[in-house]
Design a protein around this ligand. Structure first.
Ligand SMILES: [Zn+2]
Length: 85
C-alpha cells in the first residue's frame, strides 16, 4: 500500500505509523457514556474508514487517511490540521 503525503508525495506505507480511527472528540460535558465510547469502543468496518497516520520516516506530519478496507484503495489523504474534525 502506498500513501501520498501532502508534503512528501507518494511513499510506502512502512514510512507511516498507524494511530487508529480518526474520531470526532465528544464535547467535554458529553457525559461518561459518550467518553467511554470515544476511548474504548471501535467499529471494525468492511469498507470506508477514516484513520490517523503519522509520517514517522518522513516529514512528521499527522495525516487523516480515508481508505477502503476491502479494496485497500486510498481515497483521500489530508493533513490533520486541514481535515474536518
Ligand atoms: Zn510527509
Amino acid at each position: 500500500m502506498r500513501i501520498t503525503c501532502p508534503i512528501c508525495g507518494e511513499r510506502d506505507r512502512r514510512e507511516f505509523y498507524y494511530r487508529g480511527a480518526a474520531l470526532d472528540r465528544p464535547d467535554p460535558e458529553a457525559g461518561q457514556e459518550a467518553w467511554d465510547d470515544y476511548v474504548y469502543l471501535r467499529d471494525n468496518p468492511a469498507g470506508r474508514t477514516r484513520d490517523l497516520w503519522y509520517h514517522d520516516a518522513g516529514c512528521g506530519s499527522w495525516l487523516v487517511v480515508e481508505r477502503d478496507t476491502v479494496s485497500h484503495a486510498i481515497l483521500n489523504v489530508a493533513l490533520a490540521l486541514d481535515a474536518d474534525a
